[in-house]
Design a binder for this molecule. Structure first.
Ligand code: XLS
Ligand code: CA
Ligand code: CA
Length: 438
């Protein structure tokens, strides 16, 4: 069965192509700074928005009629969805995909049935991965849709829910391991609270710390070599999510001695919901050695919720790409499209247009960022700006050779009155713009 009829493999056709079903910038084998575009971007398509969501929102019901939804039997339907997913990924030509357990395998009447279904579906996925030479960027577990998780999974007031979540995550990690996933993601779906009147914050954080520590033990036991990634988000579905942003998660990890076991999966949309720029979250993660992967979907500047739109902001993405290149590129991570089409984009080809445009914007950002790196005026400015910290005074301070008394004395003895110097912000902003436009 062909699910996306009349759509051929998407090819690179150059910037002047008038074919909307072609790439204008993404040329997977083009070399940029010694690596191919494909190796730099490590693009992934997500299962949930792209193949599971049917257009329902808080006000309206399903609106899409997908060729893979129709069979009565839930397992037959799940198989159709996985086959359709792989046809899409193969035609789009990206190397990776991402999924939640529930995206590919329907919840059963009992946990036992759910787990057995997941393992059956993993076998179908393994075959499709093999046929299409596709790789799993990350797997994860859905700990937020079922009513049992309404008050959280690891942070639930009932330890039986905690244990249920353990069983579900154990199976999701087993499957991710079996499919050679390069990461495993933990987004704390309902790990948070709606009101403090019914919430014991101290206890819930301890529960969450325990859950993650047990997960780490299990990872080492089974020899899973991928990275564990936590995905921060400040709110939605709960009013306050415990994994608010990268800085908040980093503090939490240090409290529970887990800082060497987890990195961040940074979503652009979640960064802006937290009142940060996307670049801030990426820079913060690099500064603390916790950068892992990126969900490239953006929010809407006027809407205060998680709109999960495809990436478009070339200026922002160029700078983020510059940060990633400067720090040596992705290791286990990549760019995942945790993005959905708008509800009125009901046609199957809209899924292609959305991904193609997102991929082309990332590819163009990569070219601009490489151009910035080749003549790195931002770095030159930065090196000069902090130069004093490489000289005697700065070095001695950092090497612990000064005290409050000795430094006070030093400044007084030498009659030093420091003068401000320009931060050159406007000039540096233009430095980015000229690379975006080159
Ligand atoms: C929700 C999150 C979620 C994670 C995976 O807002 O973005 O989709 O990426 O559970
Ligand atoms: Ca999101
Ligand atoms: Ca996400």
């Amino acid at each position: 069965m062909e699910y996306f009829k009349n759509i051929n493999n998407i090819k690179y056709a150059g910037v002047n192509s008038e074919n909307p079903l072609s790439f204008r910038y993404y040329d997977p084998h083009k070399e940029v700074l010694g690596k191919t575009m494909q190796e730099h971007l490590r693009l992934a398509v997500c299962f949930w928005h792209t193949f599971c969501w049917q257009g329902e929102d808080a006000f309206g019901r399903a609106i899409f009629s997908r060729t893979w939804v129709g069979k009565q039997d839930p397992m037959e339907r799940a198989k159709d969805r996985v086959l359709a997913g792989f046809e899409f990924i193969n035609k789009l030509g990206v190397p990776f995909f991402t999924f939640h357990d529930r995206d590919v395998s329907p919840e059963g009447d009992t946990l036992k049935e759910s787990l057995s279904r997941l393992h059956q579906m993993a076998a179908v996925i393994a075959r499709e991965m093999e046929n299409g030479k596709k790789r799993l960027l990350w797997g994860t577990a859905n700990l937020f849709t079922h009513p049992r998780y309404a008050a959280g999974a690891a942070t639930n007031p009932n330890p039986e829910v905690f244990a249920y979540a353990v069983a579900q995550v154990k199976a999701a990690l087993d499957v991710t391991h079996k499919l050679k996933g390069e990461n495993y993601v933990l987004w704390g779906g309902r790990e948070g609270y709606d009101t403090l009147f019914n919430t014991d914050l101290h206890r819930e954080l301890d529960q969450y710390g325990r859950f993650l520590s047990m997960l780490v033990d299990y990872k080492h036991k089974i020899g899973f070599k991928g990275a564990f990634l936590i995905e921060p988000k400040p709110c939605e579905p709960t009013k306050h999510q415990y994994d608010f942003d990268s800085a908040n998660v980093f503090a939490f990890l240090q409290k529970y001695g887990l800082q060497n076991e987890f990195k961040m999966n940074i979503e652009a949309n979640h960064a802006t919901l937290a009142g940060h720029s996307f670049a801030h979250e990426v820079a913060y993660a690099f500064a603390n050695n916790i950068f892992g992967s990126v969900d490239a979907n953006r929010g809407d500047p006027q809407l205060g919720w998680d709109t999960d739109q495809f990436p478009l902001d070339l200026q922002e993405l160029t700078y983020v790409m510059y940060l990633i290149l400067k720090n040596g590129g992705f290791k286990t991570g990549g760019f995942n499209f945790d993005a959905k089409v708008r509800r009125q984009s009901i046609d199957l080809e809209d899924l292609f247009y959305a991904h193609i445009c997102g991929i082309d914007v990332l590819a163009r950002a990569l070219l601009s960022a490489a151009n910035m790196i080749e003549n790195d005026n931002l770095q030159k400015f930065m090196t000069d700006r902090y130069q004093g910290w490489g000289d005697n005074l700065g070095r001695d301070i950092l090497n612990n050779e000064h005290t409050f008394e000795s430094l006070s004395q030093y400044i007084l003895d030498n009659s030093i009155e420091p003068m401000p110097v320009s931060g050159r912000q406007e000039l540096l902003e233009f430095e980015l713009i000229r690379r975006v436009l080159y």
